[in-house]
Design a protein around this ligand. Structure first.
Ligand SMILES: [Zn+2]
Ligand SMILES: [Zn+2]
Length: 176
């Protein structure tokens, strides 16, 4: 029962995201893409997309909530969570877990050919983005994914690769 429900939801989302990705890179904003997917564009969605696309880094739902409240004071945290879930389902936003007890979100619309990895400092929590455009540059991890796909006949749709360790600053403090 659950599996069937999940499958329906998966197919719905897949269809939405396919329709959605067809529009990628054609100069239309998220608003137009929402319409393509038969979804309403709301003030809340606009505000959250604006915040995520303008701010660098990896924001938690609480941080996003704090920022949205400045624009839409009446908004609730639950609405922010629901909106983030929808944006994630549509591939506009990606959710990351950096093992610090809270999910973090990053704006990824228009970055389909970009491989994106993270280096996470286990002491200060600094997150370093490593990005490579695989249509322009070679990337060993991207190539490794192709090897895995072939070997296991597995179609990789997404991956979440993180490296944990010490950043330059924390490393120098430890060495002192
Ligand atoms: Zn550090
Ligand atoms: Zn990142």
């Amino acid at each position: 029962m659950i599996a069937k429900k999940f499958l329906i939801r998966y197919n719905e989302l897949k269809e939405k995201s396919e329709r959605f990705s067809m529009r990628f890179g054609q100069g239309c904003g998220c608003r137009g893409r929402f319409k393509e997917c038969g979804l309403k564009w709301t003030q809340t969605r606009q505000a959250i997309v604006d915040i995520l696309s303008s701010k660098e880094g990896h924001l938690s739902a609480e941080e996003i909530f704090f920022e949205v409240k400045k624009i839409l004071p009446g908004i609730g945290l639950a609405t922010v969570y629901r909106t983030l879930e929808l944006l994630t389902d549509l591939g506009i936003v990606r959710e990351f877990d950096f093992k610090d007890g809270r999910a973090r979100y990053e704006f990824i619309a228009g970055k389909e050919t970009i491989e994106h990895y993270h280096l996470v400092c286990r002491v200060c929590g600094k997150i370093i983005d490593y990005e490579v455009d695989t249509t322009k540059d070679k990337d060993p991890i991207f190539e490794f994914k192709n090897v895995l796909s072939e070997k296991f006949r597995f179609s990789i749709e997404r991956s979440d690769i993180q490296f944990f360790g010490l950043c330059e600053k924390c490393k120098s403090l430890v060495e002192k």
